[in-house]
Design a protein around this ligand. Structure first.
Ligand code: SF4
Ligand code: SF4
Length: 346
């Protein structure tokens, strides 16, 4: 394990950014989100939850797929280049790293999403342990350890010192590249990190949703859950704003659209939301005709369909963003609890 003092982090960022893009949490207009770090930019490593997760670095909110250029009667198609240069995402939390596992299941399965795969190949994740998990967090429910993020490099911030541990080959390579700025950690440092982990675990144990039960939510409960009358009352406050899907580290639905440039067309994809009435609209109309059906789909997918198709892996990681951001105070915790209370039948 290595360490670096907090006041030297800017030098560390500068060193990384010399050779590759560095993406980390940056505070702008009162909100903290992952963005490209440039000299003079202030990293915000104190805010626990960025508004959106770091998934944008691998699956951007909007990206061009290809461009059609018209020149008289000649039409050429120019595919967008795949990511071919390395980059580092610094400061993702354990839940968001787990969210990448969910996205991998979707985008790296056949047929592979080449845009996503290229970014996964070239991206190195430096994940940060959650110094102080918040009330809305329930990552432990999904088996994630907030104190020990499973990324390429794991870091812990303890009393003004950042402790650095390489985990994967990519993490080793990044460590080698910045080693001049790191110093070896000794036994007393290891003890500080162990104490930090214990303190994090203690906080997690006391969080209100940590002991939420997922009993009954598995791939076999499809009909029982789908047909439950609970949805009819539960969905009612939903405004169909889509906020919950846009802040979610595991939501992966997108739309593909064309943009007329005046001398051709850009085909791009952008995040979409299953909460929207025109989601997956087809010539005959929409498969889900009511907001109740759309609301049900979001949670059935996360808690039933996804685990049914992915060896029990849920597509919620308990980051708690929907708990904090929904303007109608609806969220996945409320759904799980509603079924707990009514047994899904009454
Ligand atoms: S954030 Fe809340 S109101 Fe908006 S779509 Fe999601 S559940 Fe509905
Ligand atoms: S459903 Fe909510 S708590 Fe679960 S991963 Fe998405 S935003 Fe986080």
């Amino acid at each position: 394990m290595y360490k670096i003092e907090k006041e030297n982090l800017e030098a560390l960022f500068r060193k990384i950014a010399e050779s590759q893009d560095l993406i980390l949490p940056i505070k702008k207009a009162g909100q903290t989100n992952f963005g490209l770090w440039n000299e003079g930019e202030e990293a915000d490593l104190d805010t626990l939850k960025t508004v959106k997760s770091g998934k944008d670095a691998f699956f951007p909110q909007s990206e061009t797929l290809y461009t059609c250029v018209r020149d008289g009667k000649k039409l050429t198609v120019e595919p967008e280049e795949l990511r071919s240069s390395p980059f580092v995402v610094f400061g993702m939390k354990a839940c968001d790293v787990k969210g990448m596992e969910v996205l991998d299941k979707v985008f790296l399965a056949d047929p592979i999403d080449t845009f996503y795969a290229a970014r996964r190949d070239h991206g190195t994740i430096v994940a940060m342990a959650c110094h102080e998990p918040e009330e809305s967090c329930f990552c432990k429910v999904f088996g994630t350890d907030a104190a020990d993020p499973a990324a390429d490099v794991a870091v812990w911030m303890v009393e003004g010192t950042l402790y650095w541990k390489a985990i994967s080959e990519k993490g080793q390579a990044l460590t080698e590249a910045v080693k001049d700025l790191l110093t070896d950690a000794d036994a007393s440092d290891e003890a500080k990190v162990s104490a930090e982990k214990e303190a994090i675990h203690n906080i997690v144990e006391q969080l209100p949703y940590t002991h939420l039960s997922l009993e009954g939510w598995d791939g076999n409960a499809t009909d029982e859950k789908f047909n439950s009358p609970v949805w009819e009352t539960l969905y009612k406050p939903c405004l169909a704003c889509g906020t919950c899907t846009f802040v979610c580290p595991t939501c992966q639905c997108y739309d593909i659209k064309d943009y007329d440039t005046g001398h051709g067309v850009k085909r791009y994809r952008c995040w979409d939301s299953c909460m929207y009435s025109d989601f997956t609209m087809m010539a005959h109309g929409n498969n889900r005709t009511s907001q109740m059906q759309r609301f049900r789909q979001r949670f059935m997918h996360k808690l039933v369909y996804f685990p049914a198709n992915n060896n029990g892996m849920y597509s919620c990681v308990g980051c708690g963003r929907c708990v904090e951001k929904c303007p109608s105070s609806l969220n996945i915790v409320k759904v799980i609890k509603a079924f707990e209370k009514h047994g899904g039948e009454k």
